[in-house]
Design a protein around this ligand. Structure first.
Ligand code: C2E
Ligand code: CA
Ligand code: CA
Ligand code: CA
Length: 276
């Protein structure tokens, strides 16, 4: 038993070493990635369920590294730990707004949603940065939505309230991402000027297999409506899920059932096909 304990320990130790080595390699590659232009934004359609109309696009970052495509779930946490997240957020906001500006002539009123790391959201002068990007790209604040996770807000909700109020004054839209996975109480949320709750895909994806998830989803929709907030369901993969959500008055949806995230050029082709 003693031996077994030791070998488990050294296995753990070597896995730990390996994962530390891997993340410092990623960090190294990440530092050069912005200069080497290795990032790209993909866009995923957001659909208004009542009408089937395209109303928005969520911008999702992709990294084409020299090691191949690396998922944001892997590199965003490293970027957050190393201070690289702020320049990445700047790049994402500028690129997404430039794209939104370009689309206004072809897809009037389309809104582009950008994911915000808790760290960038709390950076000094973040609100001014958003204002500058909007001025620079000539995008109406109404066409930009910022997605902030429930956990990012609850980490310090006093400060979050202050920042969200300034962003609201600026006129951008605010959405709470991954809703349902944190521990926020709706009475706190009521104080924030949010326009939309995004129900986390972990609930939505199992809507027809898991009664609890269906009940939670239905409850989130009715509570959000009671607070005067819209709801978007993410991770809609099946028609039955779409219908469940539509029946309960969920305003918007996003997921593989409609379309996967795609490069900007493909997004336009998709819009043309859908529109015809
Ligand atoms: P998220 O914001 O919750 O984004 C939703 C994720 O679900 C995306 O993964 C999207 O591609 C995926 N997805 C969309 N529809 C479906 C579906 O029907 N089924 C399933 N199974 N998945 C679906 P992705 O693009 O890999 O992004 C992962 C996470 O990385 C995002 O989760 C977000 O937290 C983060 N992220 C992505 N882009 C950015 C960014 O520009 N900045 C920051 N700070 N974080 C980002
Ligand atoms: Ca998101
Ligand atoms: Ca608002
Ligand atoms: Ca999510």
């Amino acid at each position: 038993a003693k031996n077994k304990g030791r070998s488990t320990y050294s296995l753990f130790n070597s896995q730990l070493k390996q994962s530390i080595a891997e993340s410092s390699r990623l960090e190294h590659l990440l530092r050069a990635a912005l200069e080497k232009n290795e990032f790209e934004l993909y866009y995923q359609p957001q659909i208004e369920l009542e009408t089937g109309r395209l109303v928005g696009a969520e911008a999702l970052i992709r990294w084409h590294s020299s090691d191949g495509m690396i998922s944001p779930d892997r590199f965003i946490p490293i970027a957050e730990k190393t201070g690289l997240i702020d320049p990445i957020t700047d790049w994402v906001m500028t690129t997404a707004c430039t794209q939104a500006r370009e689309w206004q002539n072809i897809l009037p009123g389309i809104r582009v949603a950008v994911n915000l790391s808790a760290i960038s959201f709390r950076q000094v002068d973040f609100v001014n940065k958003v204002r500058e990007v909007l001025e620079f790209t000539q995008v109406s604040p109404d066409c930009l939505e910022l997605e902030i996770t429930e956990t990012a807000i609850m980490a310090d909700f006093k400060e979050a309230e202050r920042i969200l109020n300034s962003l609201d004054e600026l006129g951008v839209h605010l959405a709470i991402d991954d809703f349902g996975t944190g521990y926020s109480s709706l009475s706190y949320l009521k104080r924030f000027p949010v326009d939309k709750l995004k129900i986390d895909k972990s609930f939505v994806m199992k809507l027809d297999q898991n009664q609890d998830d269906a009940a939670i989803t239905a409850a989130i929709i009715s509570m959000a409506h009671a607070m005067g907030t819209k709801v978007l369901a993410e991770g809609v993969e099946e028609k039955t899920h779409m219908l469940f959500l539509k029946e309960r008055g969920c305003e918007e949806a996003q997921g593989y059932f409609f379309a996967r995230p795609m490069p900007a050029a493909d997004f336009l082709v998709w819009c043309e096909q859908e529109g015809s």
